[in-house]
Each structure stands twice: as structure tokens, then as C-alpha cells.
Design a binder for this molecule. Structure first.
Ligand SMILES: *Cc1c(COP(=O)(O)O)cnc(C)c1O
Length: 861
């Protein structure tokens, strides 16, 4: 029988145990082992059976046990100290506050928008890397005291759960999540009613959403949910699941996230007194509509400043940061233009903002663009003054990919920077690893990670090795449990499953490979030559074992086929004890997986992996990376901290390319990886292996941390954005001036020319140290010399007169003539031997531009 209504009765804790509710109500427990110990003590069995879920645990323990605990002095002491630790964590002064105290101009708050957040296994609101990254961003911000407000959606089914059919075909299920049983709480108005936001949609009533708040340490995460009374059924389904449905469904989700997200922030700040964000960060293009809502607030909203559109765009741009996350075209949201047009009509969510201007923002009006679509990444770049990719290589690839938006500039000057992703160590590093360092005096709680890296050399090799054995053993046991339950679902009888008790071996070199089954990730590269793989798995002295996991998007049959191929291979009785596919890759699986692996394998098709973070998590646990030089590994591989799988870049035939790269992978494992792992000294310790482990920890450890990443965001993007925004926002006069200046420069630009360039001072045989004098005669029309930067661009010149390794020097105005003509001069000292070339160019100049390419305009001779 189906219930017509359901709700969850929250437990009432005895007053002596009220702190348990506080601990369960803040997700900091998920990266704080001492708090987890407290929950475990409450009821060890239920702690495991609820999947280590404090809210479910407290709902499941009986009154008798609670009363027992309320009288247990030992427990109360531990509870008290965990509560005290949380209090200190939430209120103490941290990195950000210390910077503020030195008078630095930092934003009072930053809003961080993402379609998914992966914070803990018990709040399954993520599909993969993007969500995990967003979760780690919030946690690291919390650790550093950075005042971020997260904004996302609450999906009734989250993503999906993966299982396998008998034939190894991916099956998807969508369990219903009861929000009342999740570690979140509803936002209420001061009068006790629930806070809601609404969005006008054409051809229907307003879309309503309630606002859930998850406390991620110091960071509130707002999650919008349309499953509310008052919404018709098809509106309730707007937040049904992550990355499901057709274009229109996705568009509605993104309207909710972007526009609804800004409204949720306004409600939250109004109710709680939280400072309003001064910077808006959109994690991938999905939340880009937030820019339109901010334009509406500034132009037409009641009670707003009623700016003109161009001024409002300047205000919004200055305070917006856009991070692009993928070089794979299918990963970028593109909507049919007509759909966007329909949704942003006057009956839409931002009435008063002209639909033609909205459409322009997402138009691919460059060479090779498709003008029938609305591109969210393109709008992202146009509405954000600062943008970045997520590794150096990805920054480079993105500059090439989006160069069409700044066609007058060389790729290197396209204003897309990069900040390499990082991972949240307290979430991803096994407790046993932290304990090793703690044995050498490094403190887990402290800000001082240097002590941690210093400890790496002090821990004796046999201890490191014994710990890795423990972690491998834990993984083996977890994997067997998962295999057993998977085989039962696949219809096997218990009697058929005895082999699982000896599947995997805690003393065999363990290679992990887990990732989405997107085609560029090449899940099946390792089985390119099944016989060769088999001989590695079954090697008599130096065997390897493979632990594999990954989900395919429900609509991606190609990805499901790859999974099936791997599953079928691993079903082979000859090798099934050495190669396993574990269904349902998620945080709960990932946490024991990374520490239990000796080697982390990654073999994407270069350069499609924007960054990748799983290898970072493996490295922090003393695992060695064996990877194609893509994403982060291209940047930080140093020759000794793991292995680079050689790539056959440029080989056009994909099959041939895969053959070459797979052969290189097998060779590396056979000749380098396995021999090193099994080369034990007299004490049974692989000294040369551990040397690499230590070097990995020391060389990568400090770089791969999410705290490093968040500090980079603060310094390179958030703080500069806030500074520009402050200059524009004092009564908006700065923004109006900037908008007017841009208009003037755009109008005047057709009359800007470099008419003539002279140089002197270098004779027929120039030498290093000679000074070259340059004089450029430039027509500026109606523009003033202050409006422009006249630059000498110089460098090595190749045979095609192409300038390489360029440097730039500004010329100064020396003389002005009638009719808007000027002479600009510079002296340049030749400081390199070899071929030399130069040119002179004019670009717009204004202190409030973040990049010289921002307006996309340049004048050359
Ligand atoms: C870290 C992580 C990812 C992302 O890993 P990539 O290296 O970016 O593929 C995906 N899923 C889970 C569960 C993770 O923990």
C-alpha cells in the first residue's frame, strides 16, 4: 500500500546529549574522525548499518541506549570535547581573518554556485568530479575561514545507483531521498513560515522552491527544492534528479539554480543577517543565469538602483568569476536558441531585461560557431570579468577553444587563466596515514602543513609499509563485500560465490582505476591486449591486481558497453581473483579505495582530462601515479614521483594510437612498476618503492591540497574581483563611467590606426646591449592618449615573421599633432642574441579592465 503522505519523526535527545544533535547537524563530522568516534560509540553496529550516517543513527537508537549514554561519564566527556572542538572550529580566527586584520581588501562574502556538491556519502547530491571538487572547495574554504556561501539544488533522487545485470550491463535505480532524513534543515522566516522563492515561467504559474541549508563547517550551503505544495507535479519534478531529462528540463533546472539561487541568497542574508556576497563564482556554466538575475536587480527590480543595462553589466561582470571545467564539447551546455527566447519573454523570470540582449550574450557569433544555439559557457565568459580553467594545460586548451571570443588576440593573450584543482586532505587521507605523521609530532588540526611534510622523512620505512598493508587489506575486504552483493544482484547463488573469499590479495601490487565511463577516459585501454594483461595479472613472482569502478551516464550506451566489456573480462574464472569491477563508484567506495591502492592509473585521451583529482587523493595516501601526461599530472609530474605513460599525440588513427599507448602501459608495469614494488630488502621492505612514495608525498603533497586551491582563488580571483567591484559600486558612478568609456572606445576604434613606425639606434650588425629607439605615429581619432596603450611587442621571429616568446613594453606619448595624431616613443635594450622581430599595436587602456584583451580590440600597423 502506498502512503499518501510521509514524514520523518525526528528523535528527541535527552538534554545531556543535546550536543549530539549539534554534531550531527554540522557536516564537519564527515572529515573529523574524533567526532565520528563519538557516533560510533553511541551504537557501533548501527553506525555501520546506517552507512555511518549520524542523522539516521540518532533516529534509530532506542530511548534505553540514549538514557544509558546520558549517564555514562566517559561518553559525556568525549561528547563534550567533540562539541568544544566544533565550537572552536566554527568561531576561531583562521587564515582569512588574519589576512583581513592586515587590512587587505577582501570580499565580505563570496557566493559559490554549482549544480552538484559531493560532501559526504550521506548527502548524495553529486555525480562525479565536478561535485566532489565543489564539496572540497567548500570544506577547504571553511578550514581557511573564507566566507563562502554555497548554492545548489536538492535533487530528490540525487544521481543514480549503479548495479549490474547478469550480462554485465549497467542498471540504474533512483532511490527516493527523504529530505527530513538528510543532514539539512529548512530555512524559515522569522515568523516561523518556511522561506520560499519563486520564479515566473512563461505559460504556467510561478515555480516555487523551498530552501534547505546544509552546514559544511563554517560554510552554509543553500539547496533549492521544488518538491513543494503549490507546485503542479511537473514543477515538483524540476529537482527530480541530477543531469536527467531533456533540454527544457535542464533549462528549468538552470533557471532555478542561477536565478533562484540569487533569490535564495537574498532571502538567507535577509533572515540571518549574513553579509551579502560581493563576488559570485560560477562553477561551470550551468549556473550562468545568475548574471541575468543580478542585471534585473540592478536595472528594473523594485527598490533597486535602476541602472541602465550597460552599467549593470559592468557591475555584474566585475564581481563575477567563471570557471570552465571541460574541453569536451559535449560537456558544455548549449540550448536551442528558440527555447531560451521563449523562456526569457516578458512573462519569464527576468521581465524588463530585453530578450535580444540576453540572446546576444549566449550567441556563438564567431567563426565556426552555431548561431542556432545558446551557449552557457559563452555567456559565462561574457558575464564574468575573470575566468579560469582548472590546470595549466586546461587553461591553455581553453584559450584555444574560446579564442573566437577574442579573435584579435593571440591565444596566449586570451583572458582565461588557470587555477589547478586540489583535494581536501582531511576528507581523503586515511586516518592511518595521518596517525603515521602524528607519531612524528605533526598535528592533524593545525594550519601548519609543513610539519606534516617534514614528518614524511622521519617515519621508518617498515612502519609506512605496514600501514600500506593495513590499508590494502581494508580495501580487499571492502571489495569482497561489494563483489558478493553485486553477484547476488546478478542472480548468483551463494554456493557459486566461494571464490570471492579469496578474490584480491592484500600482498599483491594493487592498481586502482575509477572514473566516469566517458569515452575519452578510455576505461578499456588496459584490455587492449587481453593476453598481455592476463600475463601481468598472473605473473608467477610479480603479479598485479586491478580494482576498477565507474558509472556511465544513463543515456550513454557507448559507456555502458565499455563497462560491460570490462565486467565480462573480469568474470573470467582464470583471472577474476585479480581483476574486479565494483559497481556504484561513489564517496563511500572512494574513501577506502584510494588509500588501499599502490598505484593509481589514468589513461585519458590527451588533452581531454581538464584536471582530474582522483590521482591527487591517491598521492596523498602514498599511492604512486601511473598516468598519461594530462590535466594536473602534466604540470606536476617531475620524473621521480610516479610514471608518465607515453602518448602517441598526433597519430591520427585512433585504434593505432590506442595500441601504441596500451603497449607502453604494459611495458611500464612489467619493466618498472612491478619490479620496483617487489624488490624487497632483508627486512621485507621495498626501499626503492618507498623512496618514491616519500618523494611523491613531499613533492605533490603541498600542491594538491584544496586549501592551496582556495587560497589561489582568493588571491588571484576573489580579492581582485572585490577590489574592482568596490571601485565600481560606490554609488555605481564608477560602473556608469566604465560603461560610457567602453561605448566611446568602441565607437572611436575604427579611427584608431598605427600609421607609421620608425626605429633607430641599431646599425647593420646589432649586438646584445644596443638600444633601439622606436617612434610610432598613431591616429587616435576622438580618443585621447590616456584611453589607449601603445605597445611595442617584440620577440624571437621565425621564418614566417611570426613572433614567438613575446615581451611587451608600453610606449609613452611624446608629441601630439592636429587631428588626433600622436607620436609615441620607447627605448628598448636588446637583451637576447638571435633573430629578433617587433611590431607596434594599440589596445584600449583602463585600470578597471582585468585583461588587455577584455574588449577584444586591437589596432596594428
Ligand atoms: C575524486 C572523485 C572523482 C573525480 O575523479 P577524477 O580523477 O576527476 O575522475 C569522481 N568520483 C568520486 C567518487 C571521487 O571521489
Amino acid at each position: 500500500m502506498r502512503a499518501i503522505r510521509r514524514f520523518t519523526v525526528r528523535p528527541v535527545l535527552p538534554p545531556a546529549l543535546s550536543a549530539l544533535g549539534d554534531l550531527a547537524g554540522n557536516l564537519r563530522w564527515s572529515w573529523h574522525p574524533e567526532t565520528q568516534d563519538v557516533f560510533e560509540y553511541v551504537d557501533p553496529e548501527r553506525w555501520e548499518s546506517t552507512g555511518r550516517d549520524p542523522v539516521k543513527l540518532l533516529g534509530a537508537v532506542g530511548r534505553a541506549r540514549l538514557e544509558e549514554l546520558a549517564a555514562d561519564a566517559d561518553f559525556l566527556a568525549r561528547l563534550g570535547s567533540a562539541r568544544e572542538s566544533l565550537e572552536q572550529y566554527l568561531t576561531g580566527e583562521r587564515w582569512y581573518q588574519r589576512r583581513q586584520r592586515t587590512g587587505e581588501d577582501l570580499p565580505s562574502a563570496i557566493a559559490y554556485f554549482s549544480p552538484e556538491f559531493g560532501i559526504t556519502a550521506v548527502l548524495p547530491q553529486y555525480s562525479g568530479g565536478l561535485g566532489i571538487l565543489a564539496g572540497d572547495h567548500l570544506k577547504a574554504a571553511s578550514d581557511l575561514g573564507v566566507p563562502i556561501l554555497g548554492v545548489g539544488l536538492l535533487y530528490r533522487h540525487g544521481y543514480f545507483k549503479q548495479s549490474l545485470s547478469r550480462e554485465g550491463w549497467q542498471q540504474e535505480t533512483y532511490p527516493v531521498l527523504d529530505p527530513d532524513g538528510l543532514p539539512i534543515s529548512l530555512l524559515h522566516e522569522e515568523n516561523g513560515t518556511r522561506a520560499t522563492i519563486s520564479i515566473a515561467l512563461p505559460d504556467g504559474p510561478d515555480l516555487l522552491a523551498r530552501i534547505w541549508v546544509a552546514s559544511v563547517g563554517r560554510v552554509p550551503l543553500l539547496m533549492l527544492d521544488t518538491d513543494v505544495e503549490g507546485n503542479p507535479d511537473h514543477y515538483r519534478d524540476v529537482t527530480d534528479r541530477l543531469y536527467g531529462g531533456n533540454s527544457e528540463h535542464r533549462l528549468r533546472q538552470e533557471l532555478l539554480l542561477g536565478i533562484g539561487g540569487v533569490r535564495a541568497i537574498r532571502a538567507y542574508c535577509r533572515i540571518t543577517g549574513h553579509p551579502a556576497p560581493e563576488v559570485f563564482h560560477t562553477n561551470e556554466g550551468h549556473a550562468g543565469f545568475l548574471g541575468l538575475e543580478r542585471i534585473r536587480e540592478l536595472t528594473v527590480a523594485e527598490g533597486g538602483p535602476k541602472l541602465d543595462l550597460d552599467t549593470a553589466i559592468e557591475v555584474g561582470r566585475a564581481s563575477t568569476v567563471f570557471t570552465t571545467h571541460t574541453p569536451v564539447p559535449a560537456g558544455i551546455d548549449r540550448f536551442p536558441r528558440t527555447l531560451v527566447e521563449q523562456y526569457f519573454s516578458e512573462a519569464g523570470p527576468v521581465p524588463g531585461v530585453p530578450v535580444e540582449r540576453i540572446l546576444e550574450l549566449g550567441t556563438e557569433d564567431y567563426e565556426g560557431g552555431d548561431t542556432s544555439v545558446f551557449n552557457m559557457a559563452v555567456m559565462g565568459f561574457r558575464l564574468a570579468q575573470r575566468a579560469n580553467g582548472v590546470s595549466q594545460l586546461h587553461g591553455h586548451v581553453s584559450r584555444g577553444m574560446f579564442q573566437g571570443l577574442w579573435p584579435a588576440f593571440d591565444e596566449a593573450e586570451v583572458p582565461i587563466g588557470s587555477i589547478t584543482n586540489g583535494v581536501h586532505a582531511p576528507t581523503w587521507v586515511a586516518r592511518e596515514m595521518f596517525d603515521l605523521a602524528a607519531g612524528q609530532g605533526a598535528e592533524r588540526e593545525s594550519d601548519d602543513t609543513d610539519a606534516f611534510w617534514a614528518a614524511v622523512d622521519k617515519v621508518p620505512g617498515d612502519q609506512v609499509w605496514a600501514t600500506k598493508r593495513v590499508l590494502r587489506d581494508k580495501l580487499v575486504h571492502d571489495a569482497r563485500k561489494r563483489l558478493r552483493s553485486s553477484w547476488k544482484k546478478r542472480g548468483a547463488a551463494t554456493a557459486e560465490l566461494a571464490w570471492i573469499d579469496s578474490a584480491l590479495d592484500p600482498d599483491v601490487l594493487t592498481i586502482g582505476f575509477a572514473r566516469r565511463a566517458a569515452s575519452y577516459k578510455r576505461l578499456t585501454l588496459m584490455m587492449r591486449d587481453p593476453e598481455r594483461l592476463k600475463s601481468l595479472l598472473l605473473h608467477p613472482e610479480r603479479p598485479i591486481q586491478l580494482v576498477i569502478a565507474g558509472k556511465a551516464h544513463p543515456a550513454d550506451d557507448g559507456g555502458k558497453k565499455l563497462i560491460q566489456d570490462i565486467v565480462r573480462l573480469s568474470d573470467d574464472p582464470e583471472i577474476r581473483h585479480r581483476i574486479v569491477f565494483l559497481p556504484n563508484y561513489d564517496i563511500a567506495m572512494a574513501q577506502p579505495l584510494y588509500p588501499g591502492c599502490d598505484v593509481w592509473l589514468n589513461n585519458p585521451l590527451r588533452p581531454y582530462e581538464a584536471c582530474g583529482t582522483s590521482g591527487m587523493k591517491a598521492a596523498l595516501n602514498g599511492g604512486l601515479n601511473l598516468s598519461v601526461l594530462d590535466g594536473w599530472w602534466d604540470e606536476w609530474y617531475d620524473g621521480d614521483n610516479g610514471w608518465a605513460i607515453p602518448t602517441a599525440d598526433g597519430v591520427e588513427d585512433v585504434d593505432h594510437r590506442d595500441d601504441l599507448e596500451a603497449a607502453a602501459l604494459y611495458d611500464l608495469i612489467e619493466n618498472d612498476v612491478a619490479p620496483r614494488f617487489y624488490d624487497l630488502d632483508a627486512e621485507g621492505v621495498p626501499t626503492r618503492w618507498l623512496e618514491m612514495t616519500r618523494h611523491t608525498l613531499k613533492s605533490l603533497g603541498p600542491k594538491v591540497l584544496a586549501t592551496r586551491m582556495v587560497r589561489d582563488y582568493v588571491r588571484q580571483l576573489y580579492a581582485p574581483a572585490a577590489t574592482t567591484a568596490h571601485r565600481l559600486n560606490a554609488d555605481y558612478a564608477g560602473a556608469a563611467e566604465l560603461a560610457a568609456w567602453k561605448k566611446k572606445v568602441r565607437a572611436g576604434w575604427p579611427h584608431v590606426h598605427v600609421e607609421h613606425v620608425e626605429s633607430s639606434g641599431v646599425g647593420d650588425a646589432p649586438e646584445v646591449g644596443d638600444t633601439m629607439s622606436v617612434r610610432a605615429f598613431v591616429a587616435l581619432g576622438s580618443l585621447a592618449p590616456e584611453d589607449v596603450d601603445v605597445q611595442l611587442v617584440y620577440g624571437r621571429s621565425n621564418g614566417d615573421d611570426e613572433l614567438l616568446e613575446t615581451g611587451i613594453e608600453s610606449l609613452h606619448v611624446a608629441e601630439s599633432y592636429e587631428g588626433g595624431r600622436h607620436r609615441f616613443d620607447a627605448e628598448h635594450v636588446l637583451d637576447h642574441s638571435g633573430s629578433f622581430g617587433y611590431t607596434v599595436r594599440v589596445i584600449p587602456r583602463n585600470d578597471l579592465l582585468a585583461s588587455p584583451a577584455e574588449l577584444g580590440m586591437v589596432a596594428l600597423p
